[in-house]
Design a binder for this molecule. Structure first.
Ligand code: FAD
Length: 393
């Protein structure tokens, strides 16, 4: 560890001192990849509402070890939770869409298989998913059931030894580019997870267009019309909502870090702009009102990174609680969106242009605020933990 004596505007609390050399090396690798492969193109992708070459990007992310990064075995990198978080931060500093691709692949689809799958399912799916050769998606949300998945309509019924799935899933990241869909469905024994190869007859994944947020990300509907699967398509170890919720906890943890990446990109843009943009004969960064904005943004940015790091250490120690992840997701996404919106004001009219990243990040975070549990759901999780009273219904 190095001792810092100089105030660094990029790291005012000296949080880098909390990292190991390996942590820094992983962070640098992911940052360089994003600078090379995402940043030069993402404004155009966003404007056109597409993520071209998603499969190639996935393979490159696989080669970096970023897919299923904190899982062990089966071709996964076995990185620490802190290292996975740092990768999420660097990816989301480029765009929330690319971080979403990685989160859904690693923390939702691969995690579900790793945690709840049979040995055969793990051997079949995890190595190609870790390499980015097979993309996964995670189908929980339905058109009429989002925050309340316990009431899902998608159903799996037995037919001999086979399973037959019918239903619809909505807002599914990676859906149209996936080779395997982890689909949650109601059965006679409660909610269970199924591994659905996307070339199975009766399965289709039309892409959802006209989004004004997460435009450089593939979002789809999943249609399941009499999808017949063999008995071994069910995840043997997942029973009830506990299955999908534990996957969501893992993904939310990545978001705690990722949101701070979007916030950092906006803060850096605003700081740079404030130093150089002149009005009334001086840089706008010389006005007290602008300095107040920058100071407040820096406070929440670095408090958020510190919180993410703390949760990462708890996760690495096996001592994290879902309520603590809710704490981090609720705080960091809410603060990140506030930082991005404030950065937008510092840039004035330029703030609404795609030539700068702030509006793109701010509108992306509208999705991040909603998916993986809305603000209100995490308030209810914390409210219940604080009072002991369940206010969900
Ligand atoms: P609703 O549940 O209908 O909620 C609407 C509003 O009512 C919210 O503000 C909510 O907080 C509030 N509300 C609901 N119940 C209560 C209550 N008891 N008390 C107070 N307020 C309440 N899902 C997946 O399964 N897989 C994915 O890969 C995925 N990717 C997504 C990508 C994008 C871009 C987006 C936008 C969504 C994605 N989702 C995905 C879906 C996401 O998880 C849901 O949108 C989210 O869970 C909220 O559900 P909903 O949109 O149906 O809102």
């Amino acid at each position: 560890m190095t001792e810092r004596t100089v105030f660094d505007p990029a790291d005012p609390l000296g949080l880098d001192d909390l990292l190991t050399d390996d942590d820094r090396a992983i962070r640098a690798t992911v940052r360089e990849w994003a600078a090379d492969r995402v940043l030069p193109h993402v404004a155009g992708w966003y404007e056109r509402g597409e993520l071209p070459g998603a499969r190639e990007l996935a393979r490159e992310l696989g080669a970096l070890g970023a897919l299923g990064m904190s899982l062990t075995g089966y071709g996964c990198a076995g990185a620490s939770a802190v290292q996975y978080g740092l990768a999420c931060l660097e990816l989301e500093a480029a765009d929330s869409g690319i971080r979403s691709l990685v989160s859904v692949q690693g923390s939702l689809a691969m995690y579900a298989i790793h945690r709840f799958g049979s040995e055969e399912q793990k051997r079949r799916w995890l190595p190609p998913m870790a390499a980015g050769e097979t993309i996964g998606c995670f189908g929980l949300t339905e058109p009429d059931h989002g925050s309340d998945p316990a009431n899902m309509r998608t159903a799996a019924r037995r037919d001999g030894t086979d399973w037959v799935l019918d239903g619809r899933k909505m807002w599914i990241t990676n859906g149209s580019i996936a080779g395997v869909a982890v689909v949650w469905a109601g059965t006679e024994d409660g909610i269970r997870g199924f591994l659905v190869p996307t070339d199975t007859p009766g399965f289709s994944a039309p892409e959802i267009h006209h989004k004004l947020s997460l435009r450089a990300s593939v979002t789809s509907e999943l249609v399941l019309d009499g999808v017949r699967l063999p008995a071994d398509a069910a995840l043997p170890e997942a029973r009830g909502l506990r299955g999908p919720l534990s996957c969501l906890s893992h993904a939310r943890y990545g978001i705690v870090w990722g949101a701070m990446g979007a916030a950092r990109a906006c803060f850096e843009t605003a700081l740079d702009y404030a130093r150089t943009r002149e009005q009334f004969g001086r840089p706008i960064g010389g006005f007290q009102l602008t300095q107040a904005k920058l100071a407040d943004m820096a406070l929440e940015l670095h408090k958020g990174i510190l919180l993410a790091h703390h949760l990462g250490r708890r996760m690495d120690a096996g001592r994290i609680r879902p309520e603590q992840i809710s704490f981090g997701k609720l705080n960091n996404v809410r603060e990140a969106i506030d930082i991005c919106r404030t950065a937008r004001t510092v840039l004035g009219a330029n703030g609404i242009s795609l030539e700068y990243p702030v509006m793109r990040h701010a509108t992306n975070l509208e999705s991040v605020l909603t998916y993986e549990g809305t603000v209100e759901m995490h308030q209810l999780v914390l409210g219940k933990a604080l009072t002991g009273i369940d206010a969900f219904r």
